[in-house]
Design a protein around this ligand. Structure first.
Ligand code: AHM
Ligand code: MG
Length: 343
């Protein structure tokens, strides 16, 4: 056994740190852990269970709301998290990368309780899913907000379109060489490793912090020439300072490695796609919250991403996240590039 604390024990023990805590958030976090175990089982057996490849419900490939091809495991993970979150009385609504709109959760309809739960969940059920067929890590990313509208009403856009600084919890699951669940409720970042022989997540990485020194930059360098001004000179300078390049194409894996070893992840806007690729609500915001809790920083180009208020559910954002010292160097490089263009 890796450590004394299971995810459930730890979450419940930590709940006492919050005055007036009711245990609702603890319940929600442990439910997310349960769904993660179910998805993990499928990811681990993907090559054996005929669940690799594209989702083809009617013989043709399906796409999600953003026009991206869905893998079978994307659909399975979405269904699984949806089912588990729907049955959690604390959840009032869900936004998923795989679904076009808000999924309202009315517990009274199913005789489970009164009305709608007090939390809303933004989730990317299986991020980096194009990696599955080649057996490379993938992840789940989630953010939890306290809703702003009355509990008697269905959740609305304003419940979801909140800045990352107002998240009550965020986290990710990394389905890698081992499976880990990492989360924060605003009191540090804690990592749990899944022991498949016992079927539990055990605390393995308490109070995670970015190391002082960064070793890695993570960027798809095929976009370097088109990236927003200042990124290219920054990358050149990273190389000169001896940082090395690592990029898996799965955001959770790249973020996790950089959190443990020190590094910066960059997905900038380009001439063609000024907003970049990554989604604000269920990719960028949860990682920004975690990075901040781990002593790091996150920028949406020059702006602190924590303070950006999203304007739509599937909004995209440029994303720079990692060691604060590297983020500061990048910002300086971008500001210098802007000054050079305007002078
Ligand atoms: P997805 O949500 O469609 O899986 O895309 C998100 C993924 C991230 O995990 C990863 O960092 C990025 O897309 C890779 O994009 P690219 O192939 O353009 O480098
Ligand atoms: Mg994604």
């Amino acid at each position: 056994m890796i450590g004394a604390n299971t995810l459930q024990e730890f979450v419940v023990a930590r709940q006492a740190e919050f005055a007036g805590a009711t245990g609702d958030l603890s319940r929600l976090l442990t439910d997310i852990g349960t769904a993660a175990k179910m998805v993990n089982r499928h990811v681990n057996r993907a090559g054996l269970s005929g669940i690799l490849g594209a989702h083809t419900p009617d013989g043709n490939g399906s796409t999600n709301v953003q026009g991206e091809a869905q893998q079978k495991l994307d659909v399975y993970a979405d269904d699984t998290f949806h089912r588990v979150l729907q049955s959690c009385l604390k959840v009032g609504g869900i936004v998923s990368e795989e679904q076009p709109g808000i999924m309202h959760v009315d517990h009274s309809e199913r005789g489970q309780g009164k009305g709608y739960g007090k939390y809303v969940v933004c989730i990317d059920p299986l991020d980096g899913s194009s990696n599955i067929d080649v057996n490379i890590s993938v992840g789940t990313i989630f953010g939890i907000h306290r809703r702003r509208t009355p509990l008697t009403e269905p959740t609305s856009m304003e419940d979801f379109l909140q800045p990352a600084k107002d998240l009550v919890a965020a986290g990710y699951v990394l389905y890698g060489s081992s499976t880990m669940l990492v989360y924060s409720t605003g009191c540090g970042v804690h990592g749990f490793t899944y022991d498949p022989s016992i079927g539990e997540f055990f605390l393995s990485h308490p109070d995670m912090k970015f190391p002082k020194q960064a070793k890695v930059y993570s960027m798809n360098e095929s976009y370097l020439d088109e990236a927003v001004a200042g990124v290219k000179p920054f990358i050149k300078e990273c190389r000169k300072r001896g940082l090395t390049a690592r990029y898996t194409g799965a955001l959770v894996a790249d973020f996790h490695r950089n959190l443990i070893n020190g590094g910066i992840y960059l997905y900038p806007g380009t001439d063609e796609k000024p907003g970049g690729k990554l989604r604000m609500l269920y990719e960028a915001q949860p990682l920004a919250f975690l990075a901040h809790q781990a002593g790091g920083s996150t920028r949406c180009h020059l702006h602190d991403l924590l303070y950006r208020t999203p304007t739509s559910l599937h909004e995209r954002t440029p994303l720079f996240t990692g060691n604060t010292s590297e983020i500061n160097r990048l910002v300086h490089s971008m500001e210098t590039a802007v000054e050079n263009i305007t002078s």
